[in-house]
Design a protein around this ligand. Structure first.
Ligand code: C5P
Length: 231
């Protein structure tokens, strides 16, 4: 019969970059394509979930059956996440949220200073969206992502603990043909071990198309969700 592994579950997913305005015509952002988050949304619907996709500015079509909320900045994304978080069973943070935003957005287009060879922008830290969701009194099951260039297990483990997540999916962004902007990806999943929650357990999902990888990730996530410890 048809697979409905995730039926009855409401899955919220953040995806894409955020854009932090400098002035009315300029912004700071990053190269996130949103593909991994959109692939997860499509795969989750196919597995029977109700899906809310909170998306930064990307040029991707909304997968059929997905409820999409478009946002621009990290603060917009946080507001959307806080609206959805009380109603969802899983919260997946796939967005490449800008770490900083402008301390003050200029009301007018900044003028080039003819006497200066440099310009200083004052930045302040953005809130951590998935950590804020995970810190709720009764949080959804949370899955974060970590793009690392080295020491995958160490940095992913630190991130899992620091943000209070249930699982983290790490990719080595230096590996050829995977990660940002690519069609394919590979992930190593880290979560607390059932035998000893102080220890990390890991599970490798080898390189494949992001859509196939998304489905494998959701199937593994479902096992972890079912095995979750009451807090
Ligand atoms: O700390 P880092 O940015 O590497 O963490 C990545 C994970 O945290 C991803 O799941 C990302 O969506 C999430 N994140 C977030 N809000 C931020 C920064 C990262 O939700 N401000």
């Amino acid at each position: 019969g048809t697979s409905a592994l995730l039926s009855g579950l409401h899955v919220a997913i953040t995806a894409g970059p955020t854009r932090e305005a400098i002035d009315p015509v300029r912004y700071l952002s990053n190269h996130s394509s949103g593909r991994m988050g959109f692939a997860l949304a499509e795969a989750a619907v196919a597995l029977g979930a109700r899906v809310t996709l909170i998306s930064g500015p990307v040029s991707l079509a909304t997968p059929v059956g997905v409820e999409r909320i478009d946002v621009i900045s990290a603060l917009d994304m946080l507001a959307a996440a806080e609206r959805v978080a009380p109603h969802c069973d899983w919260f997946i943070g796939c967005a490449a949220v800008a770490d900083y935003r402008l301390a003050r957005i200029s009301d007018h287009k900044l003028k080039k200073q003819s006497d200066h060879g440099e310009l200083t922008l004052n930045l302040i830290e953005n809130p951590d969206i998935i950590a804020t969701v995970a810190a709720r009194r009764s949080p959804p099951w949370t899955l974060g992502f970590a793009a690392e260039t080295r020491e995958l297990a160490q940095y992913a483990g630190d991130k899992l603990r620091r943000k209070g997540l249930d699982m983290i999916a790490a990719n080595d962004v230096t590996a050829p043909g995977v990660g940002f902007g690519a069609e394919d990806n590979a992930l190593t999943l880290y979560h607390r071990s059932d035998a000893d929650p102080e220890q990390l357990a890991s599970h490798v999902l080898p390189t494949r198309h992001k859509r196939a990888l998304a489905e494998a990730l959701l199937r593994y996530a479902h096992d972890r969700y079912r095995a979750r410890q009451p807090r």
